[in-house]
Design a protein around this ligand. Structure first.
Ligand SMILES: [Zn+2]
Length: 251
């Protein structure tokens, strides 16, 4: 603790003095669990710009080839075997302490829940890859069911109910966020007195706008991210250290 720098100490004071904390997390919290981010140096889309199409609703609807590649990408996704890391664990500890009441995440990997965060407190802005959703009838099922069909040779499995196009229950580009989920996220941003944004570049809206909401209601903001964000100026503390090192020290 004596080696703790001034910014870290300030962040820790804010966290320990808070009565209601909301976390906002992005891809950067899961890279230490072996899940690459999208636009970072080793990001999925940095290495393979074509892969971005797999997350575009128009391309997905229009092209059987895009869907077949998307299913292969899901099959081999590191999230199925990924383990939570100390950054996820830190939020579990804060939750057990009683002050962290909501985790708004842009991630679809369910690592917060697997770490032990109460599922009802995890607000998944961009959905989850652990379920499929039919783009025709809305039927929702475990992803494992569709992946079993892909493994058995159906390279673009249709909905078992209506024959429509199946996709992971995630928000693709060109697809609207779930209004109820977004409402919950806004309430979490309005009602907190400290917002901890971790592993998010805060460039994607409406997630980034949650920082504006929190600031507007007078909350303190702690940003933990490896690279600068557009919100660093309004943050009370900005921490650049690796999340798995820095977040456990805030609890
Ligand atoms: Zn259907």
């Amino acid at each position: 603790m004596e080696r703790m720098n001034a910014d870290l100490r300030r962040a820790r004071d804010l966290v320990t003095g808070a009565s209601r904390i909301t976390a906002l997390t992005g891809a950067g919290i899961s890279t230490d669990s072996g899940i690459p981010d999208f636009r970072g140096p080793n990001g999925l889309w940095t290495r393979d710009p074509e892969a971005e199409k797999l997350s575009n609703l128009q391309d997905y609807l229009a092209s059987g080839d895009v869907r077949r590649r998307a299913w292969q990408a899901r099959l081999g996704h590191p999230a199925w075997e990924a383990r939570p890391n100390p950054a996820h664990d830190a939020f579990v500890a804060l939750q057990r302490g009683g002050t962290l009441t909501a985790i708004v995440t842009q991630n679809i990997d369910e690592l917060h829940q697997r770490a032990g965060s109460a599922p009802e407190t995890v607000i998944e802005l961009h959905g989850t890859m652990f379920h499929t959703e039919c783009l025709g009838c809305g039927d929702r099922r475990d992803m494992s069911e569709a992946l079993d069909r892909v493994r058995a040779g159906t390279d673009d499995p249709p909905c078992a109910v209506c024959g429509g196009i199946l996709k992971s229950a995630t928000i693709s580009f060109g697809q609207a966020l779930d209004a109820a989920v977004l409402d919950r996220a806004r309430v979490a941003a309005i009602s907190c007195d400290v917002l901890v944004a971790a592993g998010t570049s805060l460039t994607v809206h409406p997630a980034a706008g949650l920082v504006d909401i929190a600031v507007g209601t007078g909350a303190s903001v702690i940003i933990c991210n490896a690279s600068p964000t557009p919100y660093d100026d309004v943050a009370d503390v900005v921490l650049r250290e690796p999340l798995a090192e820095v977040l456990p020290q805030l609890t």
